[in-house]
Design a protein around this ligand. Structure first.
Ligand SMILES: [Zn+2]
Length: 257
């Protein structure tokens, strides 16, 4: 290698090193602010939780749920998880309600199987747009306000009974309220049938009575959520609600399982 070629080789080497450094810097810039934002969100979520809940295990559960898993069937929407802006769904009108097109067939299969066991299933509520959710929320505030509480108290009360826009699982189109929204649905033959068979069609009871401290939603025997057959069966086997299951899978993913 003569002097000229050596210089050329050195220049190329320098350019490569510079290129690697720049991309490392860009990667760091893109990555770390993101981590910073996520940990800020987590701090906000956990501190507000800690202030209104003595249940430290629930706080821990939230801590591990900073990110959504890469599976649309497991999208987590709750008091601290807004529906992701990039969540892709096609909402269609079917059986008199709106829902995600991907759950029509699973639901029909479940309904038909139930019918063979003389159980009638029907949907009372499916998809709700964030706008409709917001309207419900405002309605709730007004009804408290008209009953004589301060506006601030009306908001607090409404927050505990109706989800804000984007924070209801009905905004995903993957949740269905079945057979009317009735407190006494639990224990009926239809409810018992669902408990025994819904997982075979990919649906789980989303707000079980014994998971209220985690879901922060009272027992809703009528509210079923599509997660796919495999996940539904696994959730039942592990006796986990969606918050716990997403946390569990997230940790497993991190551990490289
Ligand atoms: Zn519901």
């Amino acid at each position: 290698m003569d002097q000229k070629n050596r210089d050329k080789a050195l220049k190329i080497l320098a350019a490569v090193i510079a290129g690697v450094s720049v991309s490392a810097a860009v990667t760091a810039f893109l990555y770390f602010p993101h981590k910073g934002i996520m940990s800020n969100i987590f701090r906000t979520a956990s501190s507000s939780l800690a202030s209104n809940s003595a249940d430290s295990s629930a706080v821990k559960t939230v801590a591990a749920q900073e990110q959504q898993l890469h599976d649309w069937r497991l999208v987590l929407v709750n008091y601290s998880h807004k529906m992701p802006d990039n969540f892709q769904h096609v909402i269609v009108n079917e059986l008199g309600v709106e829902m995600d097109s991907r759950i029509i067939e699973p639901y029909k299969k479940m309904r038909d199987a139930a019918a063979k066991d003389n159980i009638t299933l029907w949907i009372s509520s499916g998809y709700r747009s964030p706008e409709k959710q917001q309207a419900l929320f405002e309605q709730e505030i007004n009804s408290y306000y008209q009953n004589g509480v301060t506006y601030a108290d009306a908001i607090t009360k409404a927050e505990s009974s109706v989800a804000k826009a984007g924070y209801s699982e009905h905004n995903t189109g993957l949740a269905l309220d079945l057979n009317g929204v009735r407190e006494d649905f639990g224990g009926t033959p239809a409810s018992n049938w669902l408990q025994a068979h819904s997982a075979e069609y990919g649906f789980v009871l989303r707000y079980p009575a014994d998971k209220q401290s985690i879901t922060k939603i009272k027992y809703e025997p009528w509210h079923y959520r599509y997660v796919g057959v495999q996940h539904a069966k696994e959730m039942n086997r592990l006796h986990m609600c969606l918050e716990e299951y997403v946390d569990y899978l997230g940790k497993k993913e991190k551990a490289g399982d």
